[in-house]
Design a protein around this ligand. Structure first.
Ligand code: ADP
Length: 224
């Protein structure tokens, strides 16, 4: 029998493949995939009040202020469900304050494992330059691996475009912000004994196999 209700966090630089891997893991384990980046992109696309608040941070590659992110995540978890059913977090937490907040939200439902997907910066720059993403569902493509029909999403039929923050300038900011704000949470999870570093170089299937091996090896057998 499979493992039920896994609770995972994926860390990694922008372009490390968190979104792609989170989508595959969410299918594999049958749990939701929560990407704060996707939530904010869809808020911007729909012109909601959150969208209006976050757009300028996203476009330049800065982090959205903790207070806004935490409000959105708290609301999501307050609806119940994910705590019991399991989840994969992609792009959250991204600061120490967010990681501490997540610990509070999880009370009694500890994370199973935090996976840090490691990819060299040169690879990241190549990947992001060719990355294209579906505005509706967040599925990602590459100019070398386009959707079947003319930049229409294979998954949901939405438009597939280049992200506004995948410009050279915004990517440089996102990498710098990752080093300054997000890297400290790697140590936070290391101290909690939750951290596993996974090599994210290579194709998606290879990385997926490495992740599954680490996750399955760490889950309490009584959960199977
Ligand atoms: P990537 O990991 O490729 O940078 P994401 O889709 O995770 O992309 O995030 C895109 C942008 O959304 C970030 O640059 C930031 O502005 C905003 N964002 C997403 N999640 C968070 C978060 N947890 N805290 C602050 N800002 C966030």
């Amino acid at each position: 029998m499979g493992i039920s209700g896994v609770r995972l966090v994926l860390l990694g630089k922008p372009g490390a493949g968190k979104g792609t891997q989170a989508a595959l893991l969410s299918q594999h384990y049958g749990v939701e995939h929560l990407s704060t980046g996707d939530v904010f992109r869809s808020a911007v696309a729909q012109g909601t009040s959150v969208g209006l608040e976050v757009q300028r941070f996203m476009d330049t590659g800065e982090l959205v202020p903790d207070e806004i992110v935490i409000r959105v995540v708290d609301e999501h978890f307050a609806e119940g469900g994910p705590l019991e059913d399991g989840f994969i977090l992609d792009g959250f937490p991204r600061t120490l304050v967010q990681a501490q907040e997540l610990e509070k939200v999880l009370a009694g439902h500890p994370l199973d494992v935090v996976l840090d997907i490691e990819v060299p910066t040169e690879t990241i720059l190549d990947r992001i330059a060719g990355r294209r993403v579906c505005v509706s569902c967040g599925a990602t493509y590459h100019v070398n691996k386009a959707p079947t029909v003319d930049w229409t999403c294979d998954v949901c039929g939405g438009d597939v475009v280049q992200r506004d923050d995948d410009t050279e300038e915004a990517v440089a900011t996102r990498l710098e912000v990752y080093g300054r704000q997000t890297v400290p949470i790697i140590e936070f999870y290391e101290k909690l004994g939750k951290l596993v570093v996974v090599n994210g170089d290579g194709d998606g299937d290879e990385v997926q196999e490495r992740l599954l091996k680490e996750i399955d090896g760490r889950i309490d057998p009584t959960r199977r």
